[in-house]
Write a protein that binds this ligand. Structure first.
Ligand code: GDP
Ligand code: IMO
Ligand code: MG
Length: 426
């Protein structure tokens, strides 16, 4: 049975957690394929909020096998804290399976993420300071420690000794910091954390393919989003992994032929956390209203998200990059009180009109959006359960977006609650 990918199409926080939870009813397995605890995926069930960072968003269903794929970077302390948090909420996350090939986030990764950002000063990327970039950099440099190394203390220590020598030299000579002690790291990672992580470690590629072979539906859950992608995003203001649908193949070990459905998730407007270009950004009252009504503050960092109008140029590119088969649109209810709503349908720069983002960053940084203004609906949508409950102006807005981006919008979110989705197109 084929696999489905859920991928963010903007700059993150589109509602991947909520959509993954909704789709999990029909799935057998949910696999996170990249990122780490820079993610914050929210699910709201009967007024109770679950904010997940590493654990796949299918975890709330007992029948789901939740998997952390090889493409994820794992801080084992955060992982166990999350497992404990879920246990307190009566969710058994002990059934989680973590790829032995996933890379570990180490204490020096956190430290270097913070220090690099400080060093960059006004050019800082605004990372989540969770050690994500440094951990992926070590993976590429082939000096990373992996989850499987937690199962072999001798190898863990050998690898740590090699890499720590260089990290401590950088900490001391570049950043004037005290060195980290290998003994302390081993005491935490091997003595405290490894015994609890070990039972979760497994061959996730084998597991995923066994499930596909049995005819089960497998959902591949992305973190971050298309325009935070290391290759396709607004580099350097990106994360250090590949959130695009292609990343699901490498990050879960599932070849592209197994994936037959790619659902892009988009907000009915756009938000971005951290630095970087943002053509439709709203810096005045309308933006404040969106932040206020949409509670646009980071799920776990608490940082204010930058708001903007819906950008169809980005979405058209996201359709290409991810081969989207459909879009799920969230947070339509946030626009309930607007007299009119704007949609960016193209960019303009130096007299040229762009229907897809210009590849050169210098042009992208100075594009101005060309907007279409549509009537608002001035109706509370939060109680809508079916298409007929949506006023014509809201339907027209969604229809217009769908037309602009060239793929159907199949689901529309009208509130944070688990069931607050309206089926829009078959
Ligand atoms: P993710 O990172 O893509 O999983 O998204 P986040 O969980 O970080 O951010 C999405 C936020 O919007 C969360 O607080 C959700 O509870 C909330 N949310 C999701 N869908 C809707 C919706 O349709 N309407 C409203 N008002 N809130 C939503
Ligand atoms: P979810 O999965 C929104 C942003 C950071 C920063 C940039 C690089 O919840 O959508 P990093 O720590 O990854 O090196 O930071 O990426 N960022 C996110 N923004 N949602 C996320 O995840 C994000 N994960 C990283 O703010 O701009
Ligand atoms: Mg989030």
């Amino acid at each position: 049975m084929p696999a489905t990918v859920v991928v963010g199409t903007q700059w993150g926080d589109e509602g991947k957690g909520k959509l993954t939870d909704l789709l999990s009813k029909e799935m057998g397995m949910v696999v996170r394929y990249q990122g780490g605890h820079n993610a914050g995926h929210t699910i709201v069930v009967d007024g109770e909020t679950f904010a997940l960072q590493l654990v796949p968003s299918g975890i709330l269903y007992d029948h789901i096998v939740p998997v952390i794929g090889n493409g994820v970077v794992v801080d084992p302390l955060v992982l166990l804290e999350e497992v404990d948090m879920l246990a307190r909420k009566r969710i058994d996350a002990g059934r989680l399976v973590v790829s032995g090939n996933a890379h570990l986030i180490m204490p020096y990764h956190h430290e270097l993420d913070r220090l690099t950002e400080r060093y960059l000063g006004k050019n800082a990327l605004g990372t989540t300071k969770r050690g994500i970039g440094p951990a992926y950099a070590d993976k590429s440099s082939r000096v990373g420690l992996r989850v499987q190394d937690l199962l072999d203390a001798k190898i863990f220590r050998q690898k740590l000794d090699v890499v720590l020598k260089e990290k401590n030299a950088i900490l001391a000579k570049v950043y004037n910091r005290l060195p980290l002690a290998a003994d302390d790291i081993c005491a935490t990672y091997l003595d405290e954390l490894a015994p609890r992580v070990a039972p979760m470690v497994g061959d996730t590629v084998g597991l995923v393919h066994d499930a596909l072979g049995r005819g089960e539906h497998v959902l591949l859950e992305g973190a971050q989003a298309t325009f935070l992608d290391l290759d396709h995003g607004t580099y350097p203001f990106v994360t250090s992994s590949n959130p695009v649908a292609g990343g699901a193949s490498t990050g879960a070990g599932v070849g592209p032929r197994y994936i037959d459905r790619v659902i892009g998730i988009a907000k009915a407007y756009v938000t971005r956390v951290g630095s970087g270009p943002f053509p439709t950004e709203l810096t005045h009252e309308i933006g404040e209203l969106i932040v206020d009504r949409g509670h646009e503050f980071g799920t776990n960092s608490g940082r204010r998200r930058r708001p903007g109008w819906f950008d169809a140029v980005m979405l058209r590119q996201a359709v290409r990059l991810n081969s989207l088969s459909e879009v799920a649109l969230t947070k339509l209810d946030v626009l309930d009180t607007f007299e009119t709503v704007k949609v960016c349908v193209a960019y303009e720069a130096d007299g040229e009109v762009f229907h897809h983002p210009p590849y050169h960053q210098s042009i992208f940084h100075r594009v101005t959006p060309i907007y279409e203004e549509l009537p608002g609906w001035n109706t509370d949508l939060s109680g809508a359960t079916e298409l007929g409950d949506l006023p014509q102006a809201a339907r027209d807005y969604v229809g217009f977006l769908s037309e602009q981006i060239g793929v159907p919008v199949r689901l529309v979110g009208v509130g944070p609650g688990r069931e607050q989705f309206v089926r829009f197109a078959a």
